[in-house]
Design a protein around this ligand. Structure first.
Ligand code: ADP
Ligand code: RBF
Ligand code: MG
Length: 152
């Protein structure tokens, strides 16, 4: 998947399926279908790390999952970003910008929520480690996070 990275995406934060990521302590900001459909057709599903920005706020670390949704009979791919920052409020409707820099692992089928949480904790640890590398840290200051989507 290295050939697809870095991958830049931008879109408004929409409602997901409310399957309780927030209750797990891992809220995920969902991108709209348009952004998911714009992904390279054969980019692997799985977990990616990189940087994220909500509206014109600070740039934070993020982990993102791309996967098929059983809820929609696996017809619907979702792209969900967990920002590694504690926000005071929800930010539905805000503009989310992300740059995906690396791949962590494929999507897995876990038999319990505990296992899923454990795996995501490990994803976050890997993300923290990877983003310290100068080649990845550099993207925090990328022009993508400084200009408006319309190129103004
Ligand atoms: P949904 O199913 O609607 O996506 P979630 O339980 O995944 O619901 O919660 C996602 C929402 O939580 C986001 O859209 C955002 O408004 C809010 N949120 C708060 N903190 C974070 C965070 N650190 N990362 C991602 N989303 C967050
Ligand atoms: N769900 C899975 O079924 N398998 C996974 O391997 C998986 N990995 C995830 C990794 C990250 C970093 C995040 C944020 C979520 C992951 N999810 C996974 C959960 C799934 O994409 C989604 O967030 C929940 O189903 C709630 O919408
Ligand atoms: Mg979500």
């Amino acid at each position: 998947m290295a050939k697809y990275l870095p991958y830049f995406a931008e879109g408004e934060v929409v409602k997901g399926f409310g399957r309780g990521s927030k209750e797990l302590g891992i809220p995920t900001a969902n991108f709209p279908d348009r952004v998911v459909e714009a992904l390279p057709k054969d980019i692997p599903c799985g977990v990616y790390y990189g940087w994220a920005m909500v509206d014109n706020g600070p740039v934070h670390k993020m982990v993102l999952s791309i996967g098929w949704n059983p809820f929609y009979k696996n017809q619907k791919k979702t792209m969900e970003t967990h920002v590694l920052h504690k926000f005071k409020d929800d930010f539905y409707g805000s503009t989310l910008k992300v740059v995906m820099l690396g791949y962590v692992r494929p999507m897995e089928n876990f038999s319990s929520v505990d296992e899923l949480i454990k795996a995501i904790r490990a994803d976050i640890a890997e993300t923290e480690k990877q983003l310290k590398l100068p080649k990845h840290e550099a993207f925090k200051d990328d022009n993508f996070f400084k200009t408006n989507g319309e190129g103004s």
